[in-house]
Design a protein around this ligand. Sequence first.
Ligand code: OXD
Ligand code: MN
Length: 617
Amino acid sequence: MTLEAHHTQTGATPESTSHTGTTDPNLQSWVDEIARLTRPDEIVWCDGSMREADTLAKQLVAEGKLTRLNPEWRPNSFLARSDPKDVARVEDRTFIASVDPDDAGPTNNWADPAEMRETLTGVFAGSMRGRTMYVVPFSMGPLGGPISQLGVEITDSAYVVLNMGIMTRMGAQVVRMIEDGESWVRTVHSVGYPLVSPTGTRRSDVEWPCADEKYIVQFPETREVYSFGSGYGGNALLAKKAFALRIASVMARDEGWLAEHMLLIKVTSPEGGVYHVAAAFPSACGKTNLSMLRPTIPGWTVETIGDDIAWMRQGEDGRLWAINPEAGFFGVAPGTGETTNPTAVNTMWGNTIFTNVALRDDGDVWWEGLTDTPPAHLIDWEGNDWTPDSGRPAAHPNSRFTVAAAQCPSIADDWNAVNGVPIDAILFGGRRATNVPLVAQARSWKHGVFMGATISSEKTAAAEGTVGELRRDPFAMLPFCGYNMADYWAHWLRVGKELGVNAPAIFQVNWFRKDDDGSFLWPGFSENSRVIEWIIRRVEKKAAALETPVGLLPAADGLNLDGLDLSADAVEHLFRVDRDSWLDECDLTEEFFGKFGAKVPAALHAELASLRYQLKQ
Ligand code: OXD
Ligand code: MN
């Protein structure tokens, strides 16, 4: 297969053929070095063109690795089915290989970088035998933007190339920028399923090649990622969690910016005021839904900028400016439905890669929650016949859609702005059945950092530990912070100091509080626009707030509840601050901070002390 018309011989391994290359000596020698280690048959430099994507998709269909969906329903769209053992990010196989173990901290798996390099050299040796090695140059954020960064992923998976082409600005122009001297991040990926053994015996490929033993390794000091053994999502699309969060958070610490697990939205008020909001929620708390919110309150508009990651940097005007570094959505399919998120459903009209969803008899796709009534017959995510009586989900709970952000009907006109957008408010949300009010504003940046640092959810399954205990996910960054979490809190405090009066307001939100019978108190979904309205009115200094120990809550009648069927009891419960259970929670927070020892910034201990003091008044 030839993806490029010209064929220049480069310094690659003697037995591999290389299609084009670069005049940048560092990039070329790195590609050569990885090829010498992994021994692919062929090296292909991806140009990011539509023709290239079309060729790769056709090749994957011919190899039985993708199913083309019925173009009548879903043009230029495909279904991939993964190995049942390779269906999600593998946090226990994700490592931060920093020189000092303390730089990884108690929430990451640390690995000694020298030992890990040796291990990786072992597993990558010959791992691409019989395969094509793709060189994927990409930009996170608009090309050349002041907050953007470049990277290159080497991968032996054409499926990864196709996904990277949707999720990033991928292509030859990035190589030109590297040749012009721009810095870039090195990422290497292999599915770990060579087709030729060291002795030359060939085996046939499988539908979803992967290896039993997986390694997702970040080297923060040298800004490198090595991923082996998985072809799935964040394990393999290295621009996303590995680069844009783990490596970028370290770059951000060193360079004074922020790399965050946050969605980005643009909110327009009935008076035409335009505001930008960033919001951090743990995985599976409805970030994609909030990023595509359709307000129920008249006159308000919410538009999408990003659904997962935000990079933010102080601009020349002193404010905090943000970009969505990604170019696409890699969203969880189940629960994304015509009623819950019609915008997402419309985004996926075509040009979409689906992974591990179910196939309809008419050649379209389906997953739990897409429609209220399931089709009478499907092929499930494992390729088996399925009916509504099968007693198991048709789509894997972590099945995904990959689609360009530009296809989203609610995408904001400034989503692609080269300088980003100025941030007016930052939200921290968890999934809390108890204690945490529907919305509370932080009294200060420091109080906001305390809110972010203590994001938590009640454990819901016995497998997660004692039911009702808190699972902490500070800043929703637990699996994504590339360095010591307590140092990260200190970094946030430093950034706040730098921003001073220009700092965005910070809020805590919780859509998930339950009444004593265990049902949700707040209707959620589009009604969340009422909370957004109050937040914007606070930013505009137009809404009153009540001081409470846990933050500033809407004053009586401050939250717009017009037309909502919500009892006075429910509203009271949504904002109730129960002093005893909050004091118990303070003990848990102290215990949690204790894990980080002396690194916890004094300002956070002071916030905890102040919270306790106020609760006891
Ligand atoms: C994701 C996650 O896939 O946060 O976005 O797990
Ligand atoms: Mn995420």
